[in-house]
Design a binder for this molecule. Structure first.
Ligand code: ZN
Length: 329
């Protein structure tokens, strides 16, 4: 029975030409209205919730008795088997029992009647025009946080811009984030060096008196993620705090900062190696020894380190990018 309801739902969505969003939701354009439909309920009794997007704002909507619904819909509403509600740029239609409506009237004819009533009340879509600027044309609707909308790329970017509302970012914001990225990279670099000093020390202790040591893969993966967060985290975190550096720049500065953190970390690490042997702390000597150290290191060790480096850069990038704000379609 449940399967039948799911199939009926998919068939209906197919008739309306809608795209699947997830198991319970389809969306698309129907008769010029961006539409989304969700199925709700359990077992045999499944309901449908339709949302149709129109361009009328609250102030220009007709009063409650300003609509003339078709007789079938009127009856369903009166008997409590359907509900209609027209709001600011969105019109809802709820059918509480999809199957009985399907048998008595047919869902598609009912929808068509509903949309006829809406358009005779002056509540229409905007064809292929973006509902937000009413200027740019849009080919396909967007679905976000339970709402469908016809929105152009420009309006979309505008709405996803950062909390400061800045897309490009100011020069001051950008230089602040570059500066902070430097500080983050220095902190990340120290943590990188510390992490690998600890890593090698642990390996040394564990392998004492053994020929071969095996490190479980899961331990190695956890280790990589920990290093990634420790090293990329400070970089991404400080960049993420800066307002007004622009969405596009934040990720790039994060990547560069992540690479810098790893680079600084490796130099510090080889400086420490030199210090252990010679007892003098010279960054210059560390820098000189680094290529030799890489050539001499086992391949597997370099692979593990490279993975940790990539993860660090990834975390720096992810954290640097501002949180996506709701589109509020
Ligand atoms: Zn637009």
């Amino acid at each position: 029975m449940t399967q039948q309801a799911v199939e009926r739902f998919a068939t209906l969505a197919g008739k309306l030409g809608l795209t699947r969003r997830d198991q319970h939701t389809f969306y698309g354009i129907y008769r010029d209205y961006p539409v989304a439909v969700s199925m709700f309920g359990e077992g045999e009794t499944r309901g449908l919730l339709f949302q149709f997007r129109h361009t009328q704002e609250q102030a220009s909507l007709p009063k409650d008795d300003g609509y003339e619904w078709e007789r079938d819909l009127e009856e369903l509403v009166t008997s409590g088997r359907a509900a209609v509600s027209v709001e600011d740029r969105i019109a809802w239609l709820t059918l509480y029992d999809m199957q009985s409506v399907g048998q008595q009237v047919g869902v598609v004819p009912l929808l068509d009647g509903y949309l006829d009533s809406l358009s005779s009340a002056g509540i229409t879509g905007a064809g292929k025009l973006c509902h937000y600027c009413l200027t740019n044309t849009v080919d396909s609707p967007t679905f976000d946080e339970g709402r469908v909308g016809l929105i152009c790329r420009a309006c979309l970017l505008d709405r996803t811009a950062t909390r400061a509302g800045e897309l490009e970012g100011s020069a001051a914001g950008l230089s602040a984030s570059v500066l902070l990225a430097g500080v983050g990279a220095a902190v990340g670099g120290v943590l990188w060096a510390g992490a690998w000093i600890a890593h090698d020390w642990i390996i040394e202790v564990v392998s004492r008196g053994k020929d071969v040591i095996g490190v479980p893969t899961t331990v190695e993966i956890v280790w990589l993620v920990v290093v990634g967060v420790l090293v990329g985290g400070p970089v991404g975190y400080v960049i993420g705090r800066v307002p007004g550096h622009g969405v596009r720049w934040a990720g790039s500065v994060g990547i560069v900062g992540g690479i810098a953190a790893v680079g600084i970390g490796e130099v510090l690490f080889s400086t420490w190696l030199i210090y252990r042997v010679r007892g003098e702390a010279s960054v210059k000597a560390g820098l000189e020894v680094l290529p030799m150290y890489w050539r001499a290191a086992p391949v597997i060790y370099l692979i593990v380190k490279s993975c940790a480096a990539l993860l660090s850069i990834y975390f720096a990038y992810r954290l640097a990018r501002p949180k996506r704000t709701s589109l509020a379609l």
